[in-house]
Ligand binder design. Sequence first.
Ligand code: NA7
Length: 528
Amino acid sequence: MYALHRLRDDLGLNTHAFEAGEGVGGTWYWNRYPGARCDAESVFYSYSFDADLQQEWVWSERYAAQPEILSYAEHVADRLDLRRSITFGTRVTAAHYDESRRLWLLTTDTGQHVEARYLVTALGCLSAAQAPDFKGLEDFRGEIHHTARWPHEGVELAGKRVAVIGTGSSGIQSVPEIARLAEHLTVFQRTPHFTIPARNQPFTEAEFDDIRSRYPQLRAQALEDGAGLPLDPAHGNAADLTEAERAAELDRRWQQGGLAFAATFADLLTDESANSIAADYVRERIGETVQDPRTAELLTPTDYPLATKRICLDTGYYETYNRENVTLVSVRNTPIERITPTGIRVSAADHEDGADNGDGTDHEFDVIVFATGFDAMTGSYTRMDLRGRDGRELAEAWREGPRTYLGLAVSGFPNLFTVTGPGSPSVLGNMMACVEQHVDWITGYIDHLEKTGVAAAEAEEGAQDSWVEHVAEVASATLYPKAGSWYMGANVEGKPRVFMPYAGGLNLYRQQCDEIAAQGYPGFSHTS
Ligand code: NA7
């Protein structure tokens, strides 16, 4: 939406957007499951480019729920008169670069053909929904819904026997809500995730008025911050604090709630012992909260550092397992064997060590919820037939892992600009801040190309190689590669294990992008 606005209204280019959904909102259009909410605070998860918009929009809660963010997106679309330039309900199935004419040729699933000089992809990092290909899916007689493809209406969970498969953010947000509605909820967990209380609450009028008066200052702080979310900076490395200070700081952040818990120590994501102090703290809270010791044990993450799989925020997640109508089934060692006409069959435990509670029996359900995540960061690209110069397929170019220059451009794909592409910080911070930075940079570059009469701009292979190397180097200095996360492509069978986002921080990333622009775009080759 912001790219459309800037390219159409600021540069005056003939700009058109295609959108698979029937409305605006992207993530917030599709993810309508009970409990869907943004983990970034509403005050920051919003556009900063328009002071009037900022002043007129009132966020009702610390973290906005899906319907409120969707209303915001709709409000922005109306305010900027964007809809007239968007074709909804239309998926671009192919985009091929015609080198002789220096044009992108697009084909849609409605049979439209479009030519464009520039192709800006704003496909989302978590938009290609991923569902395991269980045997027997088509035989199930009840309903199956993926959290990221939740129907707009008509899902009735009251009084039903419901299964949730998956305990990442979507599972952790939906489980407490579904437990309140369903007759019985069974949660199938493969890997326990760390989750921190969100401590969501409505803003009072006075609180929000105060925020509104401080927006310029808050946005300035966000620009300086590595995550684009200036929450609460660490007061040093774990070793700089006494044991009592560490405990007090962890308590304070746990009570305050939110993503700032992952920033308790400056070295939480780079030093294993610092990380395990915070991880142990969460483990203790799980043990305290969950009454059944066996369930508490299964819910406790043990084999990866805190926040190396995307940390989750919750409202009453662990407490939900104290309800009589909720059961946890660990499928770590005893995977789901198949979907049956009446439910889910879990394979039997073949060991007696109590490491799992797979019982080898059939569980019966009326509704199965797949909270099984996404083919993150690259899935929305590789699922499209995207070809650059000489018919080179993007999926092929990224076979060993995504390769981009700055997460913004791809060698061999002239005039293609990738908003929040792999190799950019996007998913490691505030997505809205990243989107604005990307779109501003892309707009500046396209303006430069237009003014200097460049017909085709392409990332040079050497510059791209250096960036890919830099992204890997930065990641290897962190604990992130120690987890089998979607950041690493580990949740998709056959996907290369490459840490995809840039972990150096949005502030440092912005500086690098700005320097490249100021120097006349080194790393790109230009053809007139
Ligand atoms: P995630 O975080 O990728 O979570 C998906 C969950 O589904 C995760 O717990 C997976 O276990 C589980 N999963 C996937 N396949 C299976 C099978 N076959 N059996 C059992 N469990 C399975 O996706 P979300 O939608 O929750 O969140 C994505 C992001 O959106 C989130 O990080 C935020 O940035 C917003 P695993 O951990 O892989 O063992």
